[in-house]
Design a binder for this molecule. Structure first.
Ligand SMILES: [Zn+2]
Ligand SMILES: [Zn+2]
Ligand SMILES: [Zn+2]
Ligand SMILES: [Zn+2]
Length: 332
């Protein structure tokens, strides 16, 4: 005869407001931002913090979540490894000897702050530097904008306006701040990464102007637009104008590119800017940036090209882009 065991259901970890999946001990839902509470609903420990209401152990001296002193006569006189209901992940980083569980913010034995590695996450929050994923709108740890878009609102607004007046429909691109890099990859063509060093709340040496940031975002949007409309690169007209975009290349971020520059360079006859000459994909991204910055007004732009003695290939690049954008609107 088989012995039956009662199945212990795994608790559904979903946001009570929007039903998005959440992870244990997140302070906020990463989708709607609702504040989460982790109570002792399953009576695992029989104790909740008096202050924040989250699950604790009777043997703790400090709440590992809000950090307050909750010591009483049941508190363990010695730091423990992992009391009932908690897992041992590692020792307290301050050497009190007690064990701590991810993602406790404080040691439950000595109360001091704990830091964790967030290796399973794709990015780090520009507000609290804890782990976030690219699809998250709200940081599950601090409750602020996980993408950092709130820090570059002015530039994003300007970018959106420029796209509208250039009569470009949005393709659901997603701008986010990331440490160490600006760019777009073929793997995730709708994600526009902006080096977060350029955007700090306190003014620093690396911070760049709103104009520069707008230019940088528009340039990166050019890459995203091309990935999103990759079939364009296979047409004969595109290849004659821009060349082979599949050509391998390496971009060194150390090369400072002046994306704030709105004027056309006079040095290279067949490229809109010097940077455009580095690779066909950069050529397209710079052409895109100029097209959108100048609101798609080709007549004005062509007059300037004429004055600056630009070659026929530059005119053709803008016509290729302009015609393609028109074809997207169904005006073929
Ligand atoms: Zn939610
Ligand atoms: Zn607490
Ligand atoms: Zn400790
Ligand atoms: Zn955060």
């Amino acid at each position: 005869m088989t012995r039956r065991r009662r199945e212990v259901p795994t608790p559904e970890l979903r946001c009570p407001t929007c039903a998005a999946e959440v992870e244990p001990f997140w302070a906020h839902c990463s989708n709607c931002g609702r504040r989460l509470e982790w109570r002792d609903t399953t009576k695992k420990t029989g104790a909740e913090c008096y202050y924040c209401g989250w699950v604790v152990s009777d043997s703790f001296s400090f709440c590992p979540w809000c950090g307050r002193d909750i010591a009483d006569r049941d508190s363990s006189p010695e730091p423990l490894k992992a009391p009932k209901g908690f897992r041992y992940d590692r020792r307290c980083r301050w050497g009190c000897g007690g064990g701590v569980m991810y993602p406790m913010r404080h040691c439950p034995w000595c109360g001091r702050g704990q830091k964790w590695r967030y290796d399973d996450y794709e990015n780090i929050c520009p507000h609290c530097s804890k782990g976030v994923n690219d699809w998250m709108d709200v940081c599950p740890w601090c409750g602020q904008d996980a993408t950092g878009r709130d820090l570059i609102r002015q530039a994003l607004r300007r970018v959106r306006q420029r796209l509208v007046v250039s009569r470009l429909k949005t393709w659901n691109y997603r701008v986010l701040l990331r440490p160490g890099v600006s760019g777009v990859t073929h793997r995730s063509p709708k994600v526009i990464e902006i080096e977060r060093r350029y955007v700090t709340r306190k003014r620093s040496r690396d911070e760049i102007s709103w104009n520069m940031l707008t230019g940088l975002i528009l340039h990166e949007l050019g890459h995203s637009f091309l990935y999103h409309n990759w079939s364009l690169t296979r047409t004969g007209r595109f290849r004659r104008a821009f060349g082979e975009v599949r050509k391998a290349y390496r971009v060194s971020d150390s090369k400072w590119v002046d994306f704030e520059r709105r004027g056309v360079t006079t040095t290279l006859a067949n490229y809109v800017t010097a940077y455009a000459a580095t690779h066909p994909q950069e050529d397209f991204a710079e052409t895109f940036r100029f097209y959108v910055t100048r609101r798609g007004r080709l007549r004005e732009l062509f007059a300037e090209f004429g004055r600056k003695r630009k070659g026929v290939p530059v005119f053709e690049k803008f016509l290729v882009l302009g015609d393609y954008i028109r074809s997207l609107r169904g005006w073929r």
